[in-house]
Design a protein. Structure first.
Length: 222
């Protein structure tokens, strides 16, 4: 039985050469983001952005919710995969980063599909549920402050439709999940969420050991 391959720089370069479908808008946004403080650490990899777009298309999504906008790269990838009348609500604590993203969303012709909500994401998700959005989202992507991951997941499971998908980023968290000395709030929260997901019978899950760990969570239909 084959084991997980070690991902060398050369192998990752090969993956990009044979699978990444890139363009100038995406490259420019990645370049700009990489120059920001913590930009390289916080932005999703190009391959992950393309994977998110594929998932949006696979589930036939029309309504997407994103927790954590940053400079809007993943937002752009997913919005492009939506039909012209689809909607993506993206949540961020500050309007600074989505403000950078707007230029690139405009260039890509998808700004009309993107609704930015500024504020505490847990509050925004509660407001959506109160407004009747429970069970209406096809895809929820969680990539924000790790200490609140469980709160985001609890809200997401109510907002996503049966058969819908929750995608959670950074679920291996730089390898800290297996480091017993890593007791900071973020590491502990990711570790606890992973254990909770393993036993949550409302969903089917798969934790993919790619990038920084991506967990796919499908809400069961019965």
């Amino acid at each position: 039985m084959a084991n997980q391959l070690a991902s060398s720089a050369e192998l990752l370069s090969y993956v990009r050469d044979v699978s990444l479908r890139d363009d100038e808008i995406l490259r420019d946004l990645r370049e700009l983001t990489s120059e920001l403080p913590m930009g390289q650490a916080m932005q999703v990899m190009a391959e992950e952005g393309q994977f998110l777009a594929l998932l949006v298309g696979l589930v036939g999504a029309r309504n997407v919710l994103e927790i954590g906008t940053f400079t809007g790269y993943s937002t752009l990838c997913m919005a492009r995969a939506l039909p012209s009348d689809g909607q993506l609500i993206t949540c961020d604590i500050s309007d600074k980063w989505p403000g950078i993203a707007q230029e690139y969303w405009n260039k890509a012709g998808v700004s009309d599909r993107i609704d930015v909500r500024i504020g505490n994401a847990t509050d925004t998700m509660a407001e959506l549920a109160t407004a009747g959005a429970a069970g209406t989202f096809d895809v929820v992507f969680i990539d924000a402050d790790k200490a609140n991951y469980r709160s985001y997941y609890d809200a997401a499971i109510e907002l996503v439709r049966p058969g819908g998908l929750i995608v959670i980023d950074n679920t291996l968290f730089f390898g800290r999940v297996i480091d017993p000395s890593a007791q900071d709030p973020d590491s502990v929260a990711v570790r606890e969420l992973n254990l909770f997901l393993r036993d949550d019978e409302r969903v089917d899950i798969s934790l993919l050991p790619v990038a920084d760990g991506i967990t796919l969570v499908r809400k069961r239909t019965s």
